[in-house]
Design a protein around this ligand. Structure first.
Ligand code: ATP
Length: 512
């Protein structure tokens, strides 16, 4: 596999174990392993009940019940409000299904590139080979694509995340194409399908109908499962109820304004902006004024087809940067779950740090806090999740001899952040992997890049929101009301669109 570029020392990349104990770098590099595109007969993996049990144990009771339905081979639609753990469940399901059936038998897709990247998969368009899917020619081309046909024939379970962002027309055509390739009259050719999404979040762009309105949706006999437990806002019932009102389109603007900090003064990070350019400008400007010497970390990128535009695009969509510049004083966001709130153990508080004593997992100093944690976590270790905000306070050498950033998270908790992997599979294009420090400059971030994140704090400008769903999705990324500052209010809360009203009716039928 070609090695695109790397200024990180080789030693720094060795021995990063994957979940099964092997080195995933090696697994990706060897032909014939997970990422290979060679037409080898698919081997059914040896059962690994221990690993399966471990993965199941990480699920909440409600999520476990869904996993059991899926593992029993049923067609399922998983839905629920933002932060109820849909993506978390989907990622575990992928791991369990692949343990049982092998890599190729489980096709992992999403409606958009960013959503696909989040679950280590590709867009459904790329899986089907239908390009933009906006003409009959595109669909015919997909049917003639040998690679797409091979992929479909190897598939046993087709998983589509953010299905709510696909139009009904698209889903209909996708079902027909798969059935045609498999020479079957059944919807999606009789493949097991697992759909995941929330029709009350962002709607598809340009759609005559929503996915659940397509006839293939009905024909699949999907079991509709609504997850109810809210992980993201679990410690803020007031915020939950406000989001609930916004979700149903009954929230008054005055209540929205009264609930949040809308005053100019306070600095809250990240500022959520609408364009990449805006985010880049703010981050570059803030980095520039810091007096410290910049450290540059260039990611190691590897892929089976590194020059293919689909792979180039996948790398570009990753949150982990190709080139990361850091200085002492940088505001950064963590891009990996290093410790989920549920895994936080009780801590022993000590007197505030004086003279260099650094707080550790069991010894937290809360006097020098960069940011406070919700009260639910008082007395517990600091959660370190994808979206946690911190500040670089120094650089230290790790065991591999490389100098890594030392980041201060909430309550003064310090952690040396070392390398992590960001990888995925792009169907016929094979695997790709970026090895980089899982941090991103976080003075500013685009709305687009907040998809799937759980943010502790942020500064939102909602003045240009033209859909209720946009206001709802932007706000629902956050854990607490207190963590959000609204620097621009919408003139009025936008009226629900016709499709949103239909989505609301659909949801009412799921949650009687
Ligand atoms: N079983 C679990 N144990 C611990 N943490 C969990 C669990 N399930 C979900 N979480 C955490 O809850 C938060 C929200 O989960 P997730 O992003 O999967 O929600 P979601 O329903 O996909 O949200 P959205 O629709 O907004 O993308 C994440 O920080 C995730 O790590």
């Amino acid at each position: 596999m070609p090695d695109a570029d790397c200024r990180l020392p080789r030693g720094a990349l060795q021995g990063i174990p994957n979940r099964r104990g092997g080195c995933s770098l090696c697994a990706l590099a060897k032909p014939g392993k997970a990422a290979s595109t060679s037409p080898q007969p698919r081997k059914v993996p040896k059962p690994d009940p221990e690993m399966e049990a471990k993965l199941m144990a990480e699920l909440h009771e409600e999520q476990k019940a869904v996993a059991e339905e899926v593992l029993a081979g049923r067609n399922v639609f998983i839905t629920g409000l933002p932060g109820c753990g849909k993506s978390f469940l989907v990622k575990k399901l992928i791991e369990i299904l692949r343990l049982r059936k092998g890599q190729e038998a489980v096709a992992v897709c999403a409606s958009t590139g960013v959503a696909g990247i989040h679950i280590g998969g590709s867009t459904i368009h790329s899986y089907l080979g239908c390009g933009t899917a906006d003409s009959e020619q595109n669909w015919e081309k997909a049917f003639r694509s040998r690679k797409a046909k091979k992929r479909i024939r190897h598939t046993e379970v087709l998983l589509i995340d953010e299905v709510s962002m696909l139009s009904g027309e698209f889903l209909e055509k996708a079902g027909e194409l798969v059935a045609r390739v498999l020479a079957s009259e059944k919807p999606f050719g009789g493949l097991q399908v697992v759909f995941c999404g929330d029709f009350l979040q962002l709607p598809p762009i340009k759609a005559n109908s929503l996915a659940f309105q397509s006839s293939v949706w009905g024909a699949l006999g999907l079991r509709h499962i609504v997850l109810k437990h809210n992980f993201r806002q679990s410690c803020d019932p007031e915020f939950q109820s406000l989001l609930g009102e916004l979700r149903l389109g009954v929230l008054e603007k005055s209540k929205l304004a009264a609930s949040f900090d809308t005053e100019g003064g306070s600095k809250v990070h990240p500022k959520i902006v609408s364009t990449n350019d805006e985010a880049l400008k703010i981050n570059t400007r803030n980095l520039g004024v810091l007096p410290d010497k910049a450290r540059t970390y260039v990611a190691r990128d590897e892929a089976d087809n590194p020059r293919d535009p689909g792979v180039v695009n996948a790398f570009a969509s990753l949150l982990a940067e190709k080139t990361l510049e850091l200085k002492v004083g940088c505001v950064v966001m963590l891009l990996k779950n290093l410790r989920l709130p549920t895994d936080c153990k009780p801590v022993v508080f000590t007197t505030p740090r004086r003279g260099g004593k650094r707080p550790s997992d069991l010894d937290i100093d809360y006097d020098t806090s960069f940011m406070d944690l919700p009260s639910e976590y008082q007395g517990l270790q600091t959660p370190l999740v994808n979206g946690s905000i911190g500040m670089v306070v120094g650089f230290e050498h790790a065991e591999d001899g490389v100098e890594y950033p030392l980041v201060e998270f909430s309550r003064g908790y310090h952690k040396l952040i070392t390398l992590a992997e960001f990888s995925g599979e792009l169907g016929h294009l094979g695997g790709y992997k970026r090895t980089q420090i899982p941090l991103k400059l976080a003075w500013a971030l685009t709305v687009h890049k907040t998809q799937g994140l759980t943010l502790q704090t942020g500064d939102l400008d909602l003045s240009r929101a033209f859909e209720t769903a946009q206001v709802y999705v932007a706000l629902s990324r956050f854990q607490t009301l207190a963590g959000v500052k609204i620097s621009g209010m919408p003139k009025r809360i936008p009226r629900p669109s016709k499709q949103r009203v239909q989505a609301l009716e659909f949801h009412a039928s799921l949650e009687p």
